[in-house]
Design a protein around this ligand. Structure first.
Ligand SMILES: Nc1ncnc2c1ncn2[C@@H]1O[C@H](COP(=O)(O)OP(=O)(O)OP(=O)(O)O)[C@@H](O)[C@H]1O
Length: 744
């Protein structure tokens, strides 16, 4: 759209006014910061001068003075940190103060408000908003409405009116590059422009082009928990991070970034997303992986396998008999049936009579078996088993105590009479020792009745005939179940906890009441949600039942064929239904139409999802005579694409083993990097990487190494291949030698 001179001039004037106001506020802030720094130095100096004359006589008074200095310095530090944050904010505004504007006629008022939208608020002394933060209630209309009737929700209620103008800007280094009116939704032109760029850095903020359906997720607070299913590239991770920024703004009085925790697939991904919140002017939230969180909760016992080691085993190990048992074990323990059985098992052991016996000491019944049963089955029935048994044990020991004391006294008298002990300490030690020996069998009995050893209970599950049998697991043969049970017991005996046993053991601990809930985390984000099992969700819900949980995933990207959620209905059984909303994001933003179409064909199901109309090269599937020919082609490709301005090239393999092999072949012939550990740094360059570490990432160019029948041989490889293809923004090439996989 062309602007007449007057319109352009008034926009430039407004930009100057905004920049001028920002500079003024920046100067004021800087003067205040200087003053604060001087004050802090002065306080320190004064304190050391005063402390230099410490004396014993006025000690207390000086402690009070000292505390007062410390408090003053703490306040000065806080004010200083605040001033630094403000300085950063003003500097950000000077570079690009706003990216959008809409003019809003509020109903029943005669005023039209020009709302400029940027990363942060800019407010004049007279309280006029020169820029609204994109997260302010009024700003939601920028994302939700086109020209015409509009409304927004604010603390005073719903405000209705009409949007009469919508405009977008590109301002860099304080200069207006362009602006245009967008009468419809946030204009595809800007979006297309953003999406067609090459990735030259970690993940970026999308605040200027957030789409309406994405905005619904970012700002949704009507439900405690959200489950977001979104196609590959539909912006789930971006939405998750912008939601965090939104929550930090909305609840700034009560929460900080420390109260938000994101569960992501691995350290590479954590690194990849680490720039988004700082770009939005916020501190990064706490980040973890389920594996790390679980390992900490399980404690130091056992050699615990890492998630990536399990994945490597699944994709890289020889498929011998042992492999079949291991994979069977992973499948069985990740199944919804196993989850149900584990719950039934806990229910059963929690209500099983533990053969309670009378506690008799010195011919006196201290607590009868009937009384213990009343405690166990009635009085403490609402507590989880571990806590119930602990309380019963404490009660028994409490009841024994007076009898024990009396016996010690009697024994001491007897010793005085019958022996030559006169030393009081020796007498106490001896009489206590004698009574403790008498009590040994009783204490052993109490221990037997109240002991709750999780590992033993977990092991017993595999020893029992009742729980794990053919009738519960139709897709497993009797022999397979027998082998899995034996294999599990052997590993537990050897002190090894394979990844598939870790969540069940942890859930057992959780259900029996061993682990407390986490209360300082108020918002939890679970990304790549398809890769969690029902047991893992139950654990997360237990730990974070006080928090709001947002779950984002794509069932079509379940890269672990044996360990995944399978269906969100399972999660809805764990999270209270009335508090949980399921949302779908069905527009893809990442890839060209050609890549999206090619990838969707791999899924072999009809998908109605939309995509941004951006065209590029057709994906190439090329056959070669041997690996060496593939390597030569990859070398040519890397050079070609780099020369043509593409920044990131992902050479995706099946496993770490294959990544290492390809890297060894290429490293001296072309500039490449290899990512092989889950905690490696994200590299925006040419990288060779296994699929399971590449999930969530994206590359300008994706080359999938050797899509032959050896590497992609069965249905269990379909979703991996889909995930690999959908990592590409602009170019996708698939190379193979031998026979091409039948999957596409
Ligand atoms: N509204 C938007 N405006 C601009 N870019 C967007 C928008 N939404 C998503 N994108 C871009 O699309 C790409 C994919 O986004 P993101 O990684 O968040 O999607 P995802 O659903 O998590 O992907 P996947 O599940 O396939 O890993 C990113 O480059 C992101 O910047």
């Amino acid at each position: 759209m062309n602007f007449n001179d007057q319109e352009w001039i008034s926009e430039i004037e407004w930009l100057e006014e905004v920049l001028g106001e920002t500079r003024k506020q920046l100067d004021e802030n800087n003067s205040m910061k200087d003053r604060l720094e001087t004050d802090t130095r002065e306080t320190q100096k004064e304190m050391w001068q005063d402390l230099g004359s410490v004396s014993i006589s006025n000690g207390l008074e000086q402690i009070a003075d000292f505390m007062s200095y410390i408090n003053t310095m703490k306040n000065q530090k806080r004010s200083n940190e605040f001033a630094i944050k403000l300085e950063e904010k003003f500097e950000r505004i000077l570079l690009s103060p706003y990216f959008g504007r809409f003019d809003f006629d509020e109903k029943n008022t005669k005023v039209t408000e020009k709302c400029y939208i940027g990363i942060s608020n800019l407010i004049r002394e007279n309280c006029e908003f020169m820029i609204y933060d994109w997260r302010a209630p009024i700003s939601s209309m920028f994302y939700d409405y086109e020209i015409g009737e509009a409304q927004y929700d604010c603390p005073d209620g719903i405000i209705k009116g009409e949007i009469i103008l919508k405009r977008q800007y590109k301002i860099s280094d304080g200069n207006m590059e362009y602006m245009f009116d967008s009468n419809l939704k946030i204009d595809d032109e800007i979006l297309q422009n953003m999406l067609s760029k090459n990735t030259d850095q970690k993940m970026k903020a999308i605040v200027t082009t957030i789409q309406r359906e994405q905005n619904q997720v970012i700002r949704n607070e009507a439900y405690n928990h959200l489950i977001v299913q979104g196609a590959a590239g539909s912006g789930k991770t971006s939405v998750a991070l912008h939601r965090i920024a939104y929550l930090l703004y909305k609840h700034r009085e009560t929460i900080t970034a420390k109260n938000i925790l994101i569960f992501s697939p691995n350290g590479i991904f954590n690194d990849y997303i680490s720039n988004v919140l700082p770009q939005l002017g916020e501190d990064n939230m706490s980040q973890t992986t389920f594996s790390d969180y679980m390992h900490a909760a399980l404690g130091p016992a056992f050699r615990k396998e890492k998630y990536s080691d399990m994945m490597e085993y699944i994709f890289g190990a020889d498929k011998n008999d042992y492999y079949q048992i291991r994979v069977g074990s992973i499948k069985l323990k990740s199944s919804p049936e196993f989850y149900e059985i584990l719950k039934q098992y806990v229910e059963a052991i929690s209500s099983k009579d533990r053969n309670f016996k009378d506690i008799v000491f010195n011919n006196q019944v201290i607590i009868s078996s009937e009384e213990i049963k009343v405690l166990f089955f009635e009085e403490y029935a609402n507590l989880p088993l571990k806590r119930r048994l602990q309380k019963i044990k404490e009660r028994m020991l409490f009841l024994i105590e007076p009898y024990k004391k009396r016996r010690i006294k009697d024994e001491a008298k007897r010793l005085v009479k019958s022996s030559s002990i006169i030393d009081k300490t020796e007498l106490t030690i001896k009489s206590k020792a004698l009574v403790n020996a008498e009590l040994k069998s009783i204490l052993d009995e109490i221990e037997r009745m109240t002991n709750c050893n999780f590992v033993e209970l977990y092991r017993n599950l595999y020893r029992s005939k009742e729980y794990l049998n053919k009738s519960s697991f139709e897709s497993f043969s009797v022999e397979q179940i027998k082998q899995i049970k034996k294999y599990t017991i052997e590993n537990l005996n050897a002190g090894i906890l394979y990844y598939e046993d870790q969540a069940p053991l942890l859930l057992l601990k959780v259900m029996l009441g061993e682990l407390p809930k986490t209360t300082d985390i108020k918002f939890v984000i679970i990304d790549e949600a398809q890769d969690y099992t029902a047991i893992q969700y139950d654990i997360l819900y237990h730990f974070f039942s006080h928090a709001n949980i947002t779950i984002l995933g794509d069932l079509n990207q379940s890269i672990n064929p044996y360990m995944n959620v399978g269906d969100y209905a399972l999660i809805e059984k764990i999270f209270p239904r009335q508090e949980t909303l399921r949302i779908t994001l069905n527009k893809s933003y990442r890839s060209t139409i050609e890549i999206i179409k090619f990838s969707r064909d791999i899924l072999k199901k009809s998908i109605e999802d939309e995509c941004v109309e951006r065209s590029g090269e057709l994906p190439q599937v090329v056959s070669f005579n041997d690996s060496e020919e593939i390597f030569e082609r990859i070398i040519k490709d890397v050079k070609h694409y780099k020369e043509n301005g593409y920044k990131s090239v992902g050479i995706i393999t099946k496993s770490v083993k294959q990544t290492e092999y390809v890297y060894a072949q290429l490293k001296d012939r072309v500039h490449v990097n290899a990512i092989i550990h889950e905690d490696d740094e994200y590299i925006c360059d040419t990288v060779i990487i296994p699929i399971y570490l590449a999930k969530g990432l994206e590359f300008d160019v994706v080359i999938i190494y050797d899509v032959n029948t050896d590497n992609y041989c069965g249905e269990e490889d379909r979703l991996q291949l889909y995930t690999a293809c959908t990592r590409a923004l602009h170019v996708l090439n698939l190379y193979y030698q031998g026979e091409k996989t039948y999957l596409f």
